[in-house]
Design a protein around this ligand. Structure first.
Ligand SMILES: [Zn+2]
Length: 350
């Protein structure tokens, strides 16, 4: 099979249509594969092919990545119990990640309602759905010293080579592996309750201890969760003050001087509140959902005489701010404009 890349010959409109067509094609093909794997699994045909499990067959014979194999097998087994999943995957109402997260919690009674609630949900939203189905008890606040990490490449290589899903370590037990790097965890436990876990340095730990001591009269237990909340409240206030020039008693700003690129603090505050701290670019598919890396964007560009007023300023993510500069100035001029003026007014102070 030869893949021919004709996409460079397509105009923008054709390319957009082609990407949509191919994504749909891929969804249908994946749902077909999952339906067929479900039957293949039920007949245990992988055994005759020399594989001990469907996972082994998918990775060794079909050359799927472990992640891809896992997702398709989970979905195949869930689809045997609830065939409606196949249509939802084919039409894109739910994706594989969502199905894998929900599968252990689907029952004959709840699956229609739960899968309906999962339409077009992101992974994070699906995790919230799972938390509402199976609320977990709150975890206790824990501050624990981790064992020191010892660098030992030989040992790490030995243990990682020995462990594959179908080839568990045999013979002598591997020596105790060094503690794995812990990734931060922010996971919903139940509606309105989250587990947050991360590793901090000695310096941060000392700060926590000092905060516990200083706040003992209001937080007698020294609960790190309560201190974390207080610290974040202060941090947000500070970040908003510097980023948005917010203030408890906003002063009336003088109107911007003609020709000045300076954005008055009042304009920043009003724009941020009006656009709800979210990129306000609206494309054919709807409004951009980005909340990070936001910049203050001149609707009528500054270079074209656009004033620094609430009406002419909107929030944009970095991508859309650059995109609109290119639409207005063309790619080359947009870069020059960015170089000369700093293409946008970043939400940094100053
Ligand atoms: Zn955007």
């Amino acid at each position: 099979m030869k893949i021919i890349h004709a996409s460079a010959q397509l105009n923008d409109k054709e390319l957009l249509a082609e990407v949509k067509r191919l994504a749909e094609h891929e969804r249908v093909a994946t749902a077909d594969l999952i339906a067929t794997l479900a039957e293949f699994d039920a007949r245990r045909l992988y055994l005759g092919e020399g594989c001990s499990s469907l996972f082994s067959y998918c990775t060794h014979a079909l050359h799927l990545s472990e992640h891809a194999a896992y997702g398709r097998i989970e979905a195949a087994r869930a689809a045997r119990r609830h065939p409606v999943i196949l249509d939802m995957l084919a039409t894109g109402l739910v994706n594989l990640t969502t199905v894998c997260l929900l599968a252990p919690h689907l029952t004959e009674e709840n699956h229609v309602e739960v899968l309906h609630a999962a339409h077009y949900k992101s992974k994070r939203e699906a995790e919230h759905l799972v938390a509402s189905l199976r609320p977990q008890p709150a975890v206790p606040s824990v501050v624990r010293k981790l064992p020191a990490r010892v660098s030992s490449p030989a040992r790490g290589a030995a243990t990682s080579a020995a462990r594959t899903p179908d080839n568990p370590p045999v013979g002598r037990p591997a020596p105790a592996a060094e503690p794995p790097a812990r990734l931060p965890v922010v996971a919903p436990l139940a509606p309105e309750r989250y587990k947050v876990q991360f590793t901090v340095t000695r310096e941060t730990y000392d700060k926590l201890r000092r905060a516990q001591d200083l706040l003992r009269h209001t937080i007698p237990t020294g609960d790190p969760a309560a201190i974390f909340d207080r610290a974040l409240t202060l941090l947000l206030k500070e970040a908003e003050r510097t980023k948005l020039a917010a203030s408890a008693r906003p002063r009336v700003s003088a109107p911007p001087k003609e020709g000045s690129r300076h954005l008055p603090a009042a304009v920043k505050r009003e724009v941020w509140a009006r656009d709800a701290g979210q990129c306000a670019f609206v494309g054919t598919h709807g409004r951009c959902t980005e909340h990070g890396f936001l910049e203050f964007h001149h609707v009528v560009p500054f270079a074209a005489g656009g004033p620094a007023t609430t009406e002419n300023i909107q929030l944009r993510c970095r991508g859309h701010n650059g995109y609109e500069a290119e639409l207005f100035f063309g790619p080359l001029l947009a870069r020059e404009e960015a170089a000369v003026f700093g293409c946008s007014t970043r939400s940094r102070p100053g």
